[in-house]
Structure formats: C-alpha cells, structure tokens
Design a protein around this ligand. Sequence first.
Ligand code: SAM
Length: 500
Amino acid sequence: MAASKASPFLEPGLKTAPNTLAIASLSRDNFQPLTLEQSIGAVDGYAEGATLNTRFGSFPHSTLLDIPWGSQVRASVVDTGSRGRKRRRDEVESEDTPIPSQDEGDDKATPSSLAKAVVASSGFIYILRPTPELWTSSLPHRTQVVYTPDYSYILQRIRARPGSRIIEAGAGSGSFTHASARAVYSGYPRNAAEKKGKVFSFEFHEPRYEKMQEEIKNHSLEGIVHITHRDVYRDGFSIDGKSPEATAVFLDLPAPWEALHHLSRRKIQKGGKEDENDGSWESPLDPKQSVYICTFSPCIEQVTRTVTEMRTLGWTDIDMVEIAHKRFTVMRERVGVSLPSERGFNPTPADVNEAVKKLKSDIRRTLEFHKAQQSRPDSEVSDSKMDIDEQAPNGSPKPTPNGEGATEADEEPTFLQGRIVHRTETELKTHTSYLVFAILPPEWDEEAEAAALAKWPCGKESKTIGNIDKQARKQEKREMLASKKKKKRVDDTQASTSKS
Ligand code: SAM
C-alpha cells in the first residue's frame, strides 16, 4: 500500500502548502474553507493567479502559501486582467499595481506572467489549519450536522481514543466523521491487515455518499475513514463480508431502532428473536470488548423506541443526555457620562457619585449662564452663551458632556477603562438532539469464565461466605465441635462446684 499523504486535519505541518485545505478566518464566526493553489499564470481573470475574494478584500493564494498557520494576511489590490479592463484602472490601483496583460487569453498565461500581489491599504484575514471544529463551522451543509458541543461529549462517552474502531451512520455532511477521525487516529495503517484507529461510515443517499468520498480523499483521510454506500437498516454494518470489530457506535439516523439488531453479538432479527446463522454472518462488534453506543435523535418518541429496542437486545447502562450549550461574550464595557455618545459606549452615569457630580455640574453651568446674561448688554447674550458652550467656567478646556474635565478613567489606558461585563449570545441554540447512551458487554462463555478464574482464583478462601473448599469446611466443623465440647466441660465443672 502506498504511503498516504498526511491529512491537514491530523498532521498539518508548520506552514501552509499547495493543494491542502486551509480555513480563512474572516471574523470570529465567519470561516471560509479553501484549497490552496499554486498558480503558474492568471486564473479566472486574475493576473496574480487563484484568488480568494471576501468582503474584507481579495487574497491571491500566492500570499497565503508557505506561511506559518495562524498568520495574518493583508488583502491585495488584485489585477483583474481582462475583467478589470472594464473598470477604470485608477479606481482601484496605485503606481505599484502591475499592469495586466493585454492578451485576452490570460488564463493560459505562462509562469512568468503571474503578477506579484500588491498589498492593499486595508483588509486582512487569518489563515488557519483545518480542525474538525473549524470544518464544522464552515463545511458545506448537505444535512443537519452534529455540532462541536455534542460531538465532543459523545466521543468521550463512547470512549473514542487513538486506535478505536467506530461505526458511524449516516455520514450526512461529515461533521461527526471528521471529529471522530481525529479522535481515533493512531497513524495510517501500512497495510490492509494492520489494525489502526478507524471510522467505518455508512450513508445510503448516493449523492451525499459520493460527496463524502470526494471530501475524504481531498482531506487525505482515506486511510482512517472507510465510507460505504448502504442502507444500514436493511444490510447492517459488515465490510466486504468481514467484521469491522467496532468498540464504539454512533447512529445519527431517523430510526436508529431499525439498525440496532445488526449491532448484536449473535445473528438476531429485529425485535430480538435469534436468527439462524449459517456461518456467513459475523458480528460487526469487537467480540472481546464492551461496545459503547450513542444514538442522536431530535424527538423523545424516537428515544422511547430506541431505548425499548436496546433493552430487548441486552444493552445495559442505558441513559439519555441533552447538551444545552450556551456561549458567553465577555467584554469591557465603557459606561459613564464623560464618554462620547458613540456606538460601543454607554453614556449613562457609571455610579451614584458620577450622577451626583453631573447634577452639580449642570446646576453650576446654569447659574454661570444666568449670571453672564445679567452682567452683559442684550446684544452680547448670544455670544456669552457661546462662551459657556466653548469652554469651562474656570477657563479650562471644553468639558465633556457632563461638564467635567478629564476623569480618572481617562488616565487609564483605553483597554483597561470601563467594567468587565458578560452577556449570553443573543441567539441561543437550545435543543439539538437527545443523546442515548448504552453499553453492550462481551458474551460470557465458558472460555471467559475459565480465563476469569485463572486471573482471579476463588474457592480457596476460609471463613468466608460462599466458601466452597471442602477441606476448609471440615476444619471449620472440627473447630466448632471442639469449641462446643470445651464449653460443655466448663458448664459441667461449674454445675458440680455449685452442687457441692
Ligand atoms: N452526523 C452527520 C453529520 O454530522 O454531518 C449528519 C447525519 S444526517 C442528520 C442523517 C444521514 O443519515 C443522512 O445523510 C441520511 O441520508 C442518512 N441515512 C438515513 N437513513 C439511512 C440508512 N438507512 N442507512 C444509511 N444512511 C441513512
């Protein structure tokens, strides 16, 4: 088997590279995935080659390549070639801006015709290494997806860890698939027989299956994720007639109870009746370990049916969880009448002291105003009003709206001014789904009993409840009889003494 190219999700390296996935962070909640391209000529009418266009500017891929992950990248003034010629050149360019080729066939340009990107006066993005969390926030949605708060909890409850083998159905948009691939990654298998952490993903919707396959290949996850096109209700979870030997299962299906009978240790029909196995059926579960399952359903009626089926099929420790994720925004809020009444400032008094100070100042200003009016001729009234507006009564610089000069807060560096406040995000995503968890222990047969007895020998204890050793019982009986005889002797002696 040829050595797999490392996935940027698993081993991203230190710097960005051509033909790998990167995530452009435009703002806190706005991420855009892109595959970085090394262009050799104009692409799509851009003389600088492949270009990412955002509302924060244009970013030729040449400016995003071979830089450390997490770098901030400034926007460029791009040369739109034949496209740009339609616009007035001086609208967008400076003297440094390269002149576009006059050749209409820009897209077929030679390497030497790739224009160098010129930094624009504003706009930037961060270029981030792909992670399942960022992928979940930016992936093209084809279905409802499982979000980070749910999948991080699910993965730890089903004990997904490097080396685990997980069954997942349905694959949907691949959000859970990427998170579970990272959780189980324990290196790429060097050959088909080598057992490494793996995700066995199933999807019955053909276009979604094909899209997932393409994504898994593009993200170099083929060695870790095995995707199968199948209706799992009908055909179960075996892979090419063999068991994936899973120790964990995640079902995000409309009717998980329809698939549960395939996740058993013996061939059984839906509803729990044992089925005849001619030897062609193999359990998809690891026969030697307990298997942990999670089903993900939005409605309680689905949960009820799933739990009933789980009980019938021998699953234990069944419980249900709902994750209510709430994000808090923590920020410094500037409150006070001395602050400019702009967006981001709260121009109400910060406390009682400030309110009293403001009142006193207002009264003083009113008094000053009337005094000035009385002492000046009528013609100067309007000027005198202006004086008061322009400067403070004592001649100090113009006060802030509350009539005070610089406040204590102004002496603080801006980033320390104001109070720390926190708010919950306005749109609170409440219910996503109910998570049902359960465990299926391995079957307990004679071999398992013998192995347990060899590991924890029992039956040789003495003076314990449940002692089954005959010699020890006889010894106990002898000791009991001896003690009874001794007691009788003592009693007899006491009786004869009292008679005499
Ligand atoms: N967990 C996925 C994610 O995080 O992106 C989303 C899964 S989506 C809600 C449910 C998927 O199950 C759909 O893509 C649907 O086509 C698939 N599905 C439904 N019934 C199925 C079946 N019987 N066998 C296989 N896949 C099925």
